[in-house]
Design a protein around this ligand. Structure first.
Ligand code: NAG
Ligand code: NAG
Ligand code: NAG
Length: 215
């Protein structure tokens, strides 16, 4: 009985680990992505390892602020395998989020990754909504870290008087990002009015008004 229980335990632990794991494990020390090649099933083919240099392991794309000249007063710069080929096969990526006062990275999800956000400057109202519609939210201060489980809707909003800055790491080399409002009101081709009316209980004029922000 004890034996079969532990076998079942091992089986379910294995199942759980395989269900929650994100990107597949690498089979070599590194595999600097050859971005000139077409992606294969899960990432890019490796560049010739003899020609790899230290610069393939360093990404400078987060040195400057993200562009915050937009309606959200905030911007994100990503270091995924597409821009930082050293991440290829490693199941990791990074992003820098910059916020003007009152800026927001609006509600969105990462379909393929859990995330940690580290508040480097400012104070942000950070929130997660779970699949059963519970809101977990509070103001985070400099130095604090929030973990956002994979796939859940979340956002950050600058509630301080100064700019805010966040560094985010994600456990996928290409986590994906899907904004809730843009997906519904800014898709191409457009989601039909009737669907939006029935989903959000809005009339056609209100739908046009919301859509105009995503053109
Ligand atoms: C990798 O680069 C080395 C050094 O230039 C070269 O000798 C070797 O043939 C290359 N290997 C492949 C598979 O292209
Ligand atoms: C950062 O901004 C400076 C000044 O605009 C620019 O010269 C530099 O190339 C930028 N660096 C990166 C890594 O984008
Ligand atoms: C920031 O984005 C705005 C709007 O797209 C654009 O006009 C502006 O040139 C960008 N600024 C920089 C520094 O790239």
């Amino acid at each position: 009985m004890a034996v079969s229980k532990s076998i079942i335990f091992v089986f379910f632990t294995f199942l759980a680990v395989s269900l929650v794991s994100s990107d597949p494990d690498p089979l070599q020390d590194f595999c600097i992505g050859d971005l000139s090649a077409r992606p294969s099933i899960n990432g890019f083919p490796c560049r010739n390892a003899s020609l790899v240099t230290v610069d393939d392991f360093i990404y400078s794309g987060l040195v400057n602020s993200s562009n915050t000249t937009n309606i959200d007063r905030a911007g994100a710069t990503f270091g995924t395998a597409l821009r930082f080929p050293g991440l290829n096969t490693l199941g990791l990526s990074i992003a820098r989020l910059d916020f003007l006062p009152e800026g927001i990275i609006p509600p969105h999800t990462h379909p393929r990754a859990s995330e940690m956000v580290y508040v480097e400057e400012g104070s942000v109202y950070a929130a997660i909504v779970t699949a059963d519609n519970r809101l977990f939210a509070r103001v985070m201060s400099r130095g604090e870290v929030m973990v956002i489980p994979r796939g859940l809707i979340h956002w950050q909003m600058n509630v301080g008087r100064t700019n805010a800055k966040i560094i985010a790491t994600l456990n996928s080399q290409f986590p994906g990002i899907q904004f809730v409002a843009r997906s519904m009101f800014g898709s191409r081709p457009a989601v039909p009015d009737e669907v939006l009316e029935k989903t959000f209980f809005l009339d056609a004029a209100a739908i046009d008004q919301v859509r105009s922000n995503f053109l």
